[in-house]
Design a protein around this ligand. Structure first.
Ligand code: EPZ
Length: 417
């Protein structure tokens, strides 16, 4: 198993180019299945989750070729309406292929996506919505078999919770369905808008993406197009956290300012100073870190749950006590034990974490527990005194494209072993 060995206590300074967004690339890769002809996605991050999505496309019968940061997909004759069990277990977000396979092939067989480190991760909202669109779903021995006996049709769908994945699956099923679909209480995350932009370029009729109400009018056919994946707002937040934790100064390039709602203001509240343009940010973490009296994770445009762990890593050295409440996932504090091993003073009370700032953190041997928890440990290690050995870094490789190279370029002493 690979590890990161980090020598902390060095200020990060220089320019970093932000990668394409994992959580946009995955649903858009699924969406290419809906298209005749060829789709080319540029600015696609080289991540294990992206490779898994390409393997799913290949197993369905599409041709998927990744060269550098471009992926070309041709899905003229998908032949196998099955999401392989091993890939469903490897990557929970494989569920996003369900809507696309139903839209293109009218059927899909898949295993229940495993719960993950963050909690049970149910898919009830996905299945309820698809049933309203004419999908018949049976379950036997943990395998879901989905068919559309009378074809997919539009429906009015209200989501009890603005689920990102459910909103994406409904979009993917609706664009080729008969008639109109209206989603209310839809997720508003920027990745939904990027997916809708891709589908619209392919010929789909979608209005309201990025708002709580999305209207889709089904069309007969979609044709592949070229699309540049949007910048990753959580990777942007991660590099800001690394600058804050080390008292450094970074210029982040190829960012997407509109997607950073709920993120940049938090870093300013913690004492950071940002000067921002549409596609770049100059950030200084020189000033002492200020605590956040109370912050809670919320659906977009609130403070994103994916940034909770990395902001907590910064708050470990704040001048005072912070309280963070995790309202989206049941079990998203698994990184706390590692931060405490590195000298943090954190107490968990249900869905809340109380972080009392300490003067200094120190290196330790710690294991990444999940993707963003691992990123939090990396952030804390860079700002700690001494050496940290971070194991189980395959979690981090799911969402960060060669993070050690990106960080070395701005002065971090980090080695992949
Ligand atoms: C997406 O997951 C992201 N993943 C997650 O990022 C992100 O944390 C999450 O949205 C929230 O923003 C991808 O886009 C690939 P949800 P998703 O459906 O779609 C409950 C990362 O680190 N729920 O909005 O699975 C669910 O249990 C990952 O990059 C139901 O109850 O998130 C959770 O508590 C982690 N029933 C909450 O909603 C359902 O049918 C949010 O889930 C679906 C979800």
């Amino acid at each position: 198993m690979q590890t990161f060995v980090i020598q902390g206590g060095r200020r990060l300074e220089g320019d970093m180019t932000v990668q394409g967004a994992k959580n946009s690339a995955l649903p858009i890769l699924a969406a290419t299945l809906l298209c005749q002809g060829e789709s080319t996605l540029t600015n696609c991050p080289k991540l294990s989750d992206v490779y898994a999505a390409c393997r799913i496309l290949g197993s369905i019968g599409a041709r998927c070729v990744m060269q550098g940061h471009s992926v070309t997909v041709r899905a003229d004759a998908p032949s196998r309406a099955v999401i392989p069990e091993d890939l469903m277990q490897e990557m929970r977000s494989s569920i996003i292929f369900l809507g696309a396979m139903l839209g293109r092939m009218g059927q899909c067989s898949l295993g229940f996506p495993g719960g993950c480190e963050l909690g049970p991760r149910p898919i009830d909202l996905h299945l309820q919505a698809l049933r309203r669109m004419g999908v018949r779903i049976t379950e036997e021995n943990g395998i879901l078999t989905c068919t559309v006996p009378k074809g997919l049709h539009g429906a009015r769908i209200h989501l009890q919770f603005p689920s990102v994945g459910a909103t994406e699956n409904i979009l993917l099923a609706a664009v080729l369905a008969a008639g109109d679909t209206v989603i209310t209480n839809a997720a508003r995350e920027p990745e939904i808008t990027d997916l809708a932009d891709f589908l619209t370029k392919c010929g789909a009729k979608i209005e309201g993406a990025g708002t709580g109400t999305i209207r889709i009018r089904g069309v007969k056919q979609l044709t592949g197009c070229e699309h540049r994946i949007m910048p990753d707002r959580i990777v942007t937040a991660t590099w800001l956290a690394c600058a804050a934790a080390t008292g450094g100064e970074l210029r982040l390039l190829h960012t997407d300012d509109a997607s950073l709602t709920g993120i940049l203001d938090v870093f300013e509240e913690m004492g950071g100073s940002c000067s921002r343009s549409q596609d770049s940010i100059c950030f200084s973490g020189r000033k002492p870190i200020q605590p956040l009296r109370y912050i809670k994770t919320m659906p977009f445009p609130g403070f994103p749950t994916d940034a909770q762990a990395i902001v907590m890593a910064v708050l470990c050295k704040a001048n005072g006590t912070s309280v963070m409440e995790e309202t989206i996932f049941e079990n998203r504090f698994r990184h706390v034990d590692a931060l405490v091993r590195m000298g943090a003073d954190i107490r968990i009370a249900g869905r809340a974490a109380v972080i009392r700032g300490v003067r200094q953190m120190h290196g330790a041997v710690v294991s990444a527990t999940d993707l963003r928890g691992g990123a939090a440990m990396l952030t804390a290690a860079l700002g700690a005194e001494g050496e940290t050995v971070l194991t189980e870094i395959s979690h981090i490789d799911r969402g960060y494209d060669s993070p050690e190279l990106a960080l070395q370029a701005v002065g971090a002493r980090i080695e992949r072993k």
